[in-house]
Ligand binder design. Structure first.
Ligand code: ADP
Ligand code: MN
Ligand code: MN
Ligand code: MN
Length: 334
């Protein structure tokens, strides 16, 4: 073969929650994926008269769905003068990462999501009505409690085959809701890998006629929302306890800024019910799943480790969330 297929993947300009887009370029074997372009007027990134946007490859992995040698190519979006597009949140993330590289900050993100079949969550009766109340679904087993495992298994396999650092999966509290975890990794790599894993989730779903959504509150009523708990640690936090308490204080001082940037519809998810703290207050505690920030029990026991920021929505932008945590914690301890 004298060429390979490169699937260029980028984050678009849809508001309030950006979507993934992708298209294929045929590239000669032995060459890196070059800079490319697209029609920004079709992705909420440009007007029709000045529609050209630029795709700058930033992180390539093996494409586990096509043939040997084919690639998935995560891209930044640039304007035609090569400056970052206003919707490009990765560039600011990479700059903050560079500024605080000495902290040794790493992130592990728990991505929750919900499968849909037509207009209803998978596992909800298609004809209307509701499944049995929450209780048996979380980490469940059996045809009456688990919906979509065939997609989840395929997604896990292809992510690992592509070389993404997935650390686990589980069925969630609401039927049809699942989670995968990425990391721990530094940013922006963690965010690149999460966007690529999200793309693979949607793409694998196509083959099963099942869609996935990152909607933070996909079912009204007494059903859990979907979050993206963001676990993080600096080198100092991994070595002793006072830096862990300092990180909590730093996040407390920037609570409103973080809430405003942790995903659309966060007020509907962070109600104080369904394993959340209200968005109106900042709470932390050991093992507390009703807190904004949870200190895992082993971390208190060992007096070192990491923290879990439970506030981010499933539909958050990981370039934004990891940048904010790094900036807030880094600025306070620097
Ligand atoms: P939960 O009990 O909240 O469901 P999970 O097992 O789903 O926890 O996720 C824990 C996450 O914490 C994983 O993504 C893992 O990579 C991450 N993690 C573990 N140790 C660290 C660390 N030292 N720094 C950052 N993240 C970490
Ligand atoms: Mn989890
Ligand atoms: Mn979860
Ligand atoms: Mn969690």
């Amino acid at each position: 073969m004298d060429h390979y297929k490169a699937e260029y993947i980028w984050v678009d300009g849809t508001e309030p929650t950006a979507k993934l887009r992708s298209k294929t370029k045929i590239v000669p074997v032995g060459e890196e994926p070059p800079i490319w372009g697209f029609d920004g007027s079709s992705t909420n990134q440009a007007t029709g008269e000045a529609s050209d946007c630029v795709l700058q490859p930033v992180h390539s992995i093996d494409d586990p769905l096509r043939d040997e040698g084919d690639k998935l190519v995560m891209c930044e979006v640039l304007l035609s003068d090569m400056s970052p597009h206003p919707t490009n949140t990765r560039r600011a993330c990479a700059e903050v990462a560079e500024r605080f590289v000495g902290l040794g900050m790493i992130f592990g993100i728990e991505q929750e999501y919900t499968f849909f079949k037509g207009a209803r969550p998978l596992g909800f009766p298609a004809e209307g009505g509701y499944p049995a109340p929450q209780g048996g679904y979380y980490c469940g087993v059996g045809d009456d409690e688990v919906f979509g495992r065939e997609v989840v298994e395929e997604h896990l396999s292809v992510c690992l085959e592509a070389g993404l650092l997935i650390s686990g999966i589980n069925a969630e509290v609401m039927p049809g809701q699942w989670e995968f975890q990425v990391g721990p990794l530094a940013t922006p790599r963690i965010a690149d890998e999460l966007w690529l894993a999200r793309w693979l989730l949607y793409r694998v779903g196509e083959d099963f006629d099942i869609s996935a959504t990152l909607d933070a509150k996909p079912a009204r009523g007494d059903w859990n929302g979907a979050g993206a708990h963001t676990n993080f640690s600096t080198k100092a936090m991994r070595e002793s306890y006072p830096p862990i308490l300092a990180a909590i204080e730093a996040l407390k001082g920037k609570h409103d800024l973080h809430i405003a940037n942790y995903g659309a519809g966060i007020e509907e998810r962070l109600t104080g019910l369904h394993e959340t703290a209200s968005y109106k207050e900042f709470k932390y505690g050991v093992s507390d799943r009703g807190a904004s920030i949870r200190i895992p029990w082993q971390v208190e026991r060992d007096q070192k480790g990491y923290l879990e920021d439970r506030r981010p929505n499933a539909n958050m932008d990981p370039y934004v969330v990891t940048r904010l945590i790094l900036d807030s914690v880094g600025s306070a301890v620097a």
